[in-house]
Design a protein around this ligand. Structure first.
Ligand SMILES: *[C@@H]1O[C@H](CO)[C@@H](O)[C@H](O)[C@H]1NC(C)=O
Ligand SMILES: *[C@@H]1O[C@H](CO)[C@@H](O)[C@H](O)[C@H]1NC(C)=O
Ligand SMILES: *[C@@H]1O[C@H](CO)[C@@H](O)[C@H](O)[C@H]1NC(C)=O
Ligand SMILES: *[C@@H]1O[C@H](CO)[C@@H](O)[C@H](O)[C@H]1NC(C)=O
Ligand SMILES: *[C@@H]1O[C@H](CO)[C@@H](O)[C@H](O)[C@H]1NC(C)=O
Ligand SMILES: *[C@@H]1O[C@H](CO)[C@@H](O)[C@H](O)[C@H]1NC(C)=O
Ligand SMILES: *[C@@H]1O[C@H](CO)[C@@H](O)[C@H](O)[C@H]1NC(C)=O
Ligand SMILES: *[C@@H]1O[C@H](CO)[C@@H](O)[C@H](O)[C@H]1NC(C)=O
Length: 708
């Protein structure tokens, strides 16, 4: 029993001791709009809260950080519910809602920013903002080597540029040549903008920059470039940046909160308005950097002391000669506090640069890709031109003639088109290049593939000819097919370009996945209707390739390699199809413009170049190995044996028609049993003639008289 009495007594006494030291009659909340660790405004608020707790011997003062306007109402509602009887809202944008809450909850005492009406439960606090920038300006005017001082701030409508004017008046007070350059950011906190603006001003020759941003990014930029930084947000910045900070002003909010705590505790009826300034130690100067001369220090300290002695309404940032130009009806040269806060126009001698915009960077094809593709394609164009000249020069040689110089030349021209298309592909996108690349690539490949298919088609027509009729197919008969193909391509491409259908144009895009902030890229935009001609165009190519591969397969048994181009052409078409199947999956996944251009251009150059090599290397090897009339001396072994074996039966025919290929005479079909040898000397000449089992052989005998 005694034990319980003792326990009760101890508990009672302990609780008495605790409650004797802690006054639980009040509970105060302090609301901040940002993080307490910002080494700026909110850090100083928290610092003052700590000092107030100590001064008042209380733990009943609580701070709430990062209360943005969206959650302000619900925060206040919950504080009211928890029984707080004193609420402080520390930033300017909170004033209006706080006034509404003060009216709704008259039993709670409120403190907010401003100096408005006299109410019973709402106190106001404001501090001398003008004098801070004035003193900073005074210091800057004394130490600046260029007499150019920068100022970076959000600007209207967030906050008018009156601080820049106060800065300017201070700088002019120290140095009659001072110029202040103002750059607005349009935001309290955006490092990309504030740093860009700071660097712009530093490039101008400014050697000290003041600012009114929420962070120190502007000063950090200046320090990085070897300049003196300034502490302009109330935190002693020398505690972070050391001797790089020329000077800073410090705000000490502790007496603001002590005054408020007393008001909450004392049951005094009427509210009050406090005003922070140098005279009541709300504002202080921080430690000067060692690089600042004693002379400058003394001058700044003296200027502060001088300001304390003169009435605030007579301070130079309110009363100066520059006001006349902006307020023409002013009597005297002083403006009121209200006029000062409305001041946005620069004084004479200040330079206003407007709002800084981070320059947008156009992300296009990178230089290495551009150079690589351009040089490769350029070299290949050069070789193609040489090849074209060689084909012309050797146009009468057997090897070239058997491949039809006209179509061969057209294939080379098509190849050049595709190379130029590849170069255009890596050029910066604009309306012209967006369209030109499609035209060049589509027409280039249409020429190449069209000519190859047509050449093979001719061979097929001649050999897939069971009656072994004499067939004569001239270039003039074939050319319209290629021409028609090109015409179809041009019509489809025109549809893609046409404003009412495809409207293929270059447009800036900011939303591509690979783009960073402030980056854009010009992309070739095709309207949705433009997809149909594009699909048809791809369809035409697909059909062309399939027909080409089919025809090549059909004539695969023609064993006279020198004019039967089915193999190289088939190889070419296979390569093209294979490449396309590799390229398409790569294209479907999102690509940067760089990789897209690289894939497409490499594929285009590869397909074209491989085709050219497959087509022309064997021809020229034969040409140089066997001379210009190679085929007449070199029969294939089968042909030679057949030729000798059946020489008696041979009905040699020879044509010297540049534009024709002829099959054997119809009469020959009357003797299907024996092998038939025919001889052609056209541009696609020397057609072998199959026997009825389709085993095609050939016998070329240029020695025999030309009998037609
Ligand atoms: C706080 O406590 C200290 C002793 O711990 C005392 O000297 C001081 O007067 C107290 N201050 C207030 C405001 O109660
Ligand atoms: C907060 O409450 C006030 C009225 O007290 C109202 O005018 C304001 O729109 C509210 N704000 C938000 C963000 O809900
Ligand atoms: C002015 O020039 C001197 C000498 O070059 C230099 O030490 C000083 O830091 C400069 N002042 C400023 C504000 O850059
Ligand atoms: C600046 O010029 C005014 C006259 O325009 C003069 O009174 C003042 O002393 C000058 N101040 C300095 C620091 O040179
Ligand atoms: C409130 O009371 C404290 C003592 O508790 C006193 O020091 C302070 O001056 C008073 N404040 C006001 C505004 O009356
Ligand atoms: C506010 O008004 C009351 C009278 O309603 C007056 O006694 C008090 O001095 C005024 N306070 C201020 C700060 O003007
Ligand atoms: C706190 O209140 C005292 C007395 O009313 C006043 O002199 C002082 O300026 C106030 N402090 C601040 C920082 O406003
Ligand atoms: C200045 O006064 C004139 C008349 O004296 C008036 O018309 C004009 O609006 C005033 N200007 C300003 C800026 O107040």
């Amino acid at each position: 029993m005694l034990k319980y009495i003792l326990l009760f007594l101890t508990t009672f006494l302990v609780s008495r001791v605790i409650s004797a030291n802690v006054d639980n009659s009040y509970k105060i909340a302090i609301i901040c709009n940002g993080e307490l660790g910002d080494f700026g405004f909110n850090y100083m608020i928290n610092d003052a809260m700590v000092k107030t707790q100590r001064a008042m011997n209380t733990t009943n003062i609580h701070i709430f950080e990062d209360i943005k306007p969206e959650i302000f109402n619900q925060t206040i509602d919950s504080l009211v519910e928890k029984g707080y009887n004193g609420i402080v809202t520390t930033s300017v944008e909170m004033t209006t809602p706080t006034r509404q809450y003060a009216q709704r909850y008259p039993q709670i005492k409120w403190l907010t920013r401003g100096s408005l009406t006299n109410t019973t439960n709402l106190a106001f606090f404001t501090y001398n903002i003008g004098v801070c920038q004035y003193i900073i300006g005074y210091f800057a005017g004394l130490v600046s080597n260029t007499s150019m001082i920068g100022y970076v701030a959000p600007g209207a409508p967030l906050v008018n540029n009156y601080n820049a004017n106060a800065l300017f008046v201070g700088a002019r007070m120290a140095n009659n040549n001072s110029v202040v350059h103002t750059y607005n950011t349009g935001t309290w906190l955006d490092q990309d903008i504030s740093r860009g603006a700071a660097n712009y001003l530093l490039d101008l020759g400014v050697d000290l920059i003041s600012n009114n941003q929420d962070d120190m990014s502007v000063e950090v930029e200046a320090i990085k470039r070897g300049k003196l930084g300034l502490g302009t947000n109330g935190f002693p910045q020398e505690n972070v940046y050391g001797e790089h900070i020329g000077m800073s002003f410090i705000t000490d909010w502790s007496h603001v909160f002590i005054n408020f705590t007393n008001w909450v505790r004392n049951e005094t009826k009427n509210s009050y308005k406090d005003y922070g300034d140098f005279d009541n130690n709300f504002l202080k100067l921080g430690k000067f950097s060692f690089v600042v001369s004693d002379d400058v220090k003394t001058k700044v300290e003296n200027e502060v002391a001088r300001l304390i002695t003169i009435p605030r309404a007579k301070h130079p940032y309110l009363c100066n000669e520059y006001n006349k130009a902006i307020f023409p009806n002013l009597t005297g040269n002083c403006i009121t506090n209200g006029q000062f806060f409305g001041l946005d126009a620069p004084y004479e001698g200040m330079v206003y640069h407007g709002f800084y915009k981070v320059p947008l960077v156009n992300i296009g094809v990178s230089k290495p890709v551009l150079m690589g593709i351009t040089i490769t394609a350029g070299v290949l164009i050069f070789f193609s031109l040489i090849l074209l000249a060689a084909v012309y020069y050797f146009r009468n040689s057997h090897s070239i003639r058997s491949a039809s110089p006209v179509f061969t030349g057209t294939i080379i021209v098509g190849a050049i088109f595709t190379y130029v298309g590849a170069i255009i592909y890596v050029m910066p996108n604009n309306d012209a290049t967006c369209n030109a690349r499609y035209y060049l690539l589509a027409i280039g490949y249409a020429l190449m593939v069209g000519c190859m298919v047509v050449k093979n088609f001719r061979i097929w027509l001649i050999f897939d000819n069971p009656e072994l009729k004499r067939i004569k197919i001239t270039n003039a008969q074939l050319a319209p097919w290629v021409g028609g193909l090109i015409a179809i391509m041009i019509v489809l491409l025109a549809c893609i370009t046409a404003e009412s259908i495809g409207n293929l144009r270059a447009n800036p895009s900011f939303v591509e996945e690979y783009l960073g902030k402030y980056e854009y890229t010009d992309i070739c935009d095709l309207q949705s209707n433009g997809q149909y001609p594009l699909y048809i165009l791809l369809g035409v190519f697909a059909i062309l390739l399939i027909v080409g591969v089919f025809v090549s397969w059909k004539i695969r048994i023609v064993d006279m390699e020198e004019f039967n181009e089915s193999k190289p052409i088939a190889h070419t078409l296979y390569v093209a199809m294979l490449s396309i199947f590799i390229v398409i999956p790569l294209m479907v996944s999102p690509q940067t413009q760089n990789s897209e251009s690289t894939i497409i251009c490499t594929a285009a150059i590869f397909i074209t170049t491989i085709s050219m090599l497959l087509l022309f290397v064997p021809k020229f090897i034969r040409l140089f190995r066997h001379g210009e009339n190679s085929s007449s001396q070199n029969k294939s072994s089968i042909a030679a044996s057949r030729s000798s074996k059946n020489s008696s039966k041979v009905q040699s025919e020879q044509f010297d028609d540049e534009e024709s290929i002829e099959g054997p005479e119809p009469t020959e079909s009357r003797m299907p049993e024996g092998p038939i040898h025919a001889q052609f000397d056209s541009d696609d000449d020397e057609m072998p003639v199959g026997d009825t089992n389709s085993t095609m052989t050939s016998d070329i005998n240029t020695e025999s008289p030309k009998n037609q």
